[in-house]
Design a protein around this ligand. Structure first.
Ligand SMILES: *Cc1c(COP(=O)(O)O)cnc(C)c1O
Length: 506
């Protein structure tokens, strides 16, 4: 495409214009001040940097990024050749890399060689079809392309004006996602609520905890911080404990209520009721309940409807942590796991777990966005602008801890558009294996031995948990490359290693 120098289209702001002779090889920018035009030459002289890689140059980007994509595609093609769990020893990399940064620029090929020889051995291959540890943290082509686009534009969209599309696309895709999950309308952006992308479920629970803390303190007086009590099950993710540590909630007021196999490790409403009434009798103030849909340890699901009603009758904030399992609830057959979410004040799921969205993308919806904004907003002079002052827009800086934020909604948007989104949720299951013994110490030893034996083959990676004092192996299926044959082979390997281990005992 060609156009005259004195009449550039608005897209001339975009720095990568390979087809535009005006913008290469020199960096130049046409700046509009009102109706006047002023052309400025920037001070970077590409001639000076001819020998190496420029900070930005469309043709160099094209050439090098193609090489990078080829390298990554080759990685995926050969991913099954690597030991799934990295087998290196602590400190291995220090031995392989120099003590200080290089003084001269190097060719990209040297870096690829080093990645191959020195970095990949120290990588645990989360995207391997034989990765069954912790939880799936998917990548996908769509998610990858979204990451690329986000890195390409590299905007810092903290307020609407800093990139209106970044804010508006985030609102739109989170409304789409909310509708896919059939969340109550109060969570959507048309009313008083809305969705926001956080970096992690840990940040999500922290920001809602802060909102809940300040909301109750406005009611009962700010000197009552030490009386605030929070409830969750003992299966709750440690992210909640961290949020309490940061949020100033007294550790002795964090009630992690006991669960057991009689409820499949879900929080019992009776146990919760009893704890609340004990605390109220002692003059304490219940203010926050966190329920989990899909605990990380054993995928336990707390009964949202009953718990939510208890929270409501005690005027507590009710947060639902569905970081692990929430994405599955877009499937009609799993939606019932979040029945009762209408009682919640906030709901979170990690799109970066198994919604095919490359890390990071944790999605939080809140019914009363003002509660969040009240505790997190700031308004320094240098960020003031007409749209924000007039209250016409969402400024996501007021919904999160950092100021700066990435254009992460591109990833979700691309995942939803490039795939049939209702088939995006991949089946996750969890098996547990327990050695045939009534002696717990012996069983734990055997399971530990089995875990070690299996993982050091490098063929698969599984992780463990402890439930009611029992040490269990977890096998979480959900990497996009995993096929039935991988799961069958993993099961066979577990059996073979277990038999070998048992044979040493007899
Ligand atoms: C993974 C997980 C978290 C923490 O996720 P981050 O995004 O890494 O902070 C919290 N809760 C549950 C239930 C999880 O499975």
């Amino acid at each position: 495409m060609k156009y005259k120098n004195d009449n550039p289209p608005a897209t001339s702001w975009f720095p990568f214009q390979a087809n535009n002779p005006l913008h290469l090889p020199h960096f130049s920018a046409t700046i509009f001040f009102g109706r006047k035009k002023k052309k400025t030459e920037q001070s970077i002289n590409p001639q000076k940097m001819e020998s190496g890689l420029k900070p930005m140059d469309a043709e160099q980007l094209r050439e090098n990024a193609h090489k990078m994509v080829d390298f990554i595609a080759d990685y995926y093609q050969t991913i099954e050749n690597f030991p799934v769990l990295s087998q290196v020893q602590p400190g291995y990399l220090q031995e392989l890399l120099p003590d200080s940064a290089p003084t001269h620029p190097e060719p990209l090929q040297h870096i690829f060689d080093d990645i191959q020889a020195k970095i990949l051995p120290g990588v645990t291959h989360w995207q391997s079809p034989n990765f069954f540890g912790y939880y799936p943290s998917n990548s996908s082509i769509a998610g990858f392309l979204g990451e690329m686009m986000s890195a390409g534009l590299n905007v810092v969209g903290f307020s609407w004006i800093t990139s209106p599309a970044a804010t508006e696309l985030e609102m739109i895709v989170l409304d789409w996602f909310g509708k896919m999950l059939k969340l109550p309308e109060e969570f959507l952006s048309a009313g008083k609520g809305g969705g926001v992308i956080q970096g992690s479920a840990s940040e999500a629970v922290l920001v809602v905890l802060l909102a809940a803390r300040d909301k109750i303190l406005r009611r009962v007086g700010k000197n009552s911080l030490e009386k605030l009590v929070l409830y969750a099950s003992d299966q709750t993710h440690s992210a909640l404990q961290k949020a309490c540590q940061i949020g100033g909630i007294h550790p002795e007021n964090c009630r992690l209520l006991r669960t057991d196999c009689s409820t499949d490790y879900a929080l019992s409403p009776n146990v919760l009721n009893e704890a609340i009434s004990n605390d109220v009798t002692s003059g304490l103030i219940p203010f926050f309940l966190c329920a989990t849909v899909g605990t990380t340890s054993s995928t336990a699901v707390d009964p949202l409807l009953e718990l939510g009603k208890i929270a409501k009758s005690n005027e507590m904030w009710f947060h639902v942590d569905a970081a692990y399992a929430g994405s599955a609830c877009i499937c009609p057959e799993y939606r019932h796991y979040i029945d009762g979410v209408e009682e919640a004040d906030s709901f979170n799921t990690n799109a970066h777990k198994w919604f095919l969205t490359n890390f990071d993308c944790s999605v939080l919806w809140i019914k009363d966005r003002n509660a969040l904004i009240k505790v997190l907003s700031t308004n320094p002079e240098f960020l003031k602008n007409k749209a924000s002052q007039a209250n016409l827009v969402v400024d996501y800086k007021d919904w999160q801890i950092p100021l700066g934020r990435r254009f992460r909604s591109l990833k979700l948007w691309m995942v939803m558009r490039l795939y049939d989104c209702y088939s995006t949720a991949i089946f996750v299951s969890l098996f547990s294996s327990s050695a045939p013994s009534n002696d717990e110490t012996c069983a734990t030893k055997l399971n530990l031995g089995l875990l070690d034996a299996v993982n050091s083959t490098g063929k698969i990676f599984v992780s463990h948990t402890v439930l009611s004092g029992k040490y269990l192996l977890r096998l979480a299926v959900g990497a996009p490359l995993t096929e039935e044959r991988h799961v069958n082979a993993a099961w066979k390997l577990l059996q073979d290693e277990a038999s070998a281990l048992l044979a040493t005992l007899w």
